[in-house]
Unconditional design. Structure first.
Length: 223
């Protein structure tokens, strides 16, 4: 009997796209927010913190201030007291205060729909800017976090040792019009089926279908 062969890369890409689209046809943004500004702040808070915890904290933060004009008037200490459970509160509170001041002074309180301008804001890295551009403004972007980086390696879509290389590989493999949903679809799939503890590259449907001949856990490069 002939051993089952692993799928070719083009076959994996097609299978992954179809599977994720069937599972999550309209993936919601996991961070609760009211508008572009509150999305920006929520994504900033999610660094090294779960979305669930951010969603527990942000109602208290929005009660204090839910727009850059009001947030700029708050003290760093007031902001830090609320967001402390999210971790990195000294850095994050200072970043939220200063970016709010910058939005008021430079952009009349509006979040700019420009990747470079977003990345100039304190606490806003490339991943955060990509999420805002894609989810708030509908501009194709592929925000890659550590979880997406891990899954992309398990699925043989990248051999990148960092999220920058993984982002480039995913953008090359998948059609641009799929990027914004795909970013969220991979996150949801990872949480439900292919978590760090739930799958080692051989267990979940996508891993086992793409690599039926894989005999050992897939070792991944941490970013």
């Amino acid at each position: 009997m002939t051993a089952t062969k692993n799928l070719l890369k083009a076959e994996r890409v097609e299978y992954i796209l179809n599977t994720l689209q069937n599972l999550y046809p309209e993936p919601p943004i996991p961070l609760d927010h009211k508008d572009t500004y509150t999305l920006l702040v929520a994504v900033l808070l999610s660094a090294q913190c779960t979305d669930e915890r951010v969603n527990q904290i942000t109602p208290k933060l929005w009660a204090l201030a839910d727009n850059p004009f009001d947030m700029a008037r708050q003290s760093v200490e007031e902001i830090k007291a609320i967001i402390r459970p999210c971790g990195l509160s000294p850095q994050k509170s200072k970043a939220i205060k200063i970016l709010s001041e910058m939005l008021v002074e430079k952009y009349d309180g509006e979040v700019p729909a420009d990747m470079a301008k977003l990345e100039e804001l304190p606490g806003v890295g490339h991943k955060t800017a990509s999420v805002v551009m894609s989810q708030a403004f509908g501009v194709p972007a592929f925000a890659v976090d550590t979880h997406i980086h891990r899954l992309a390696q398990r699925w043989g879509l990248t051999n990148g040792k960092n999220v920058v290389k993984t982002e480039k590989d995913l953008m090359r493999l998948f059609p641009k019009e799929t990027w914004n949903d795909l970013h969220l679809q991979i996150i949801y799939y990872g949480r439900e089926y292919c978590s760090a503890r739930g799958c080692d590259g051989t267990v979940c449907e996508i891993c086992s279908t793409c690599y039926p001949a894989r005999k050992h856990p897939k070792k991944v490069h941490k970013p």
